[in-house]
Design a protein around this ligand. Structure first.
Ligand code: HEM
Length: 318
């Protein structure tokens, strides 16, 4: 009986947390910070002018925020003497452009102090990154709260580039995301860059029989091997994720169908009939891709975290 009460109690608590945390709305800051969207967009635009890798960085940062503890800004927190934060976990070492969020936050603290969460700023910055790269624009539901917990070890929960389709499916479905969401969101790889270590497994010592992943286009593999030799010493070496890496388009899917994708996890989208069909659909139609991407982004960026506060500095808890 006692166990039943506890179970019921925790179910109720979970339901409450889920409903309170998922109460996002489009007009959340209309009264309290009407210039919010303009300020964030301005910070993203300014940073992009000096560095065209900023949009990719912001999009990936938001994904990594949402997949660990929900979208609660936990990826933005710095490590302290007592705690190694998510930011310093292995998959996040290559995240960059955190200063863009800091600049937007500073502008907003001057305008409407203590009102806008860092998690919302990141969600808006990721949307702007896509729109300003020629992709779709959408309205972002807002009202996320910032969390206080950020642990490097939790970055193990992020999907790895070596994942096969069932591992990817598991990672996404645990977060309420479907196979269609997986294919649409992998389209984020239309922007940005990967370091050699992220796809080394495909181009050297692939398995007992093949040195190179046989599903990869051979001349594409040869190009990658040139940039990334077996004992690569150039830390910054790697490849763009598609040939139009600063443009948000559907070229990623076209390349994927030609065996010219970078990660095992990209290639894996062709290994199940269902996901393969969606890849083909997006390769044929930029419009279908954009529609699906927007829908899936809104879903991903609504993953609720346990955050409860509005941080004043996105890198530190008070
Ligand atoms: C499906 C599972 C996914 C895996 C396994 C994965 C893995 C990776 C890896 C390993 C990198 C390269 C890191 C490096 O070498 O520096 C990367 C880059 C990137 N990913 Fe993903 N990713 C996934 C899904 C996503 C999603 C859902 C998005 C956003 C919607 C996304 C957006 C990006 C972007 C924009 C970059 C380029 C970052 C930059 O240039 O700074 N990825 N991803």
């Amino acid at each position: 009986m006692q166990a039943l009460v506890v179970a019921l109690g925790s179910a109720l608590l979970l339901a409450f947390v889920a409903s309170s945390a998922s109460a996002l709305s489009l007009d959340y800051y209309d009264k309290t910070c009407p210039k919010l969207e303009y300020k964030v967009r301005r910070a993203v635009k300014k940073a992009m002018k000096n560095d065209n890798t900023v949009p990719a960085a912001l999009l990936r940062m938001h994904f990594h925020d949402c997949f660990v503890r929900g979208c609660d800004g936990s990826v933005l927190l710095n490590s302290t003497a007592k705690n190694t934060a998510e930011k310093d976990g292995p998959p996040n070492i290559s995240l960059h452009a955190f200063y863009v969020i800091d600049h937007a936050k500073e502008a907003l603290e001057a305008q409407c102090p203590g009102v806008v969460s860092c998690a919302d700023i990141l969600a808006l910055a990721a949307r702007d990154a896509v729109a300003l790269s020629g992709g779709p624009h959408w309205d972002v539901p807002k009202g996320r709260k910032d969390g206080r917990i950020s642990k490097a070890i939790d970055t193990r929960q992020l999907p790895a580039p070596t994942f096969n389709i069932s591992q990817l499916q598991q990672s996404f479905s645990q977060r309420g995301l479907t196979m269609e969401d997986l294919v649409a969101l992998s389209g984020g790889h239309t922007l940005g860059f990967a370091h050699c270590s992220s796809f080394q497994n495909r181009i050297h010592n692939f398995d007992a029989v093949h040195d190179v992943d046989p599903s990869m286009n051979p001349s594409f593999a040869a190009q990658l091997r040139k940039v990334c030799p077996a004992h690569n010493k150039v830390r910054s070496a790697g490849s763009t994720l598609d040939p139009t890496a600063t443009k948000f388009d559907n070229v990623y899917y076209k390349m994927l169908l030609q065996g010219k994708s970078i990660f095992t996890s990209d290639q894996a989208l062709l290994t199940a009939p269902k996901t393969r069909a969606v890849v083909s659909k997006f390769a044929e139609s930029q419009g279908e891709f954009e529609k699906a991407f927007v829908k899936s982004m809104i879903k991903m960026s609504s993953l609720s975290g346990g955050g409860q506060e509005i941080r004043l500095n996105c890198r530190v808890v008070r």
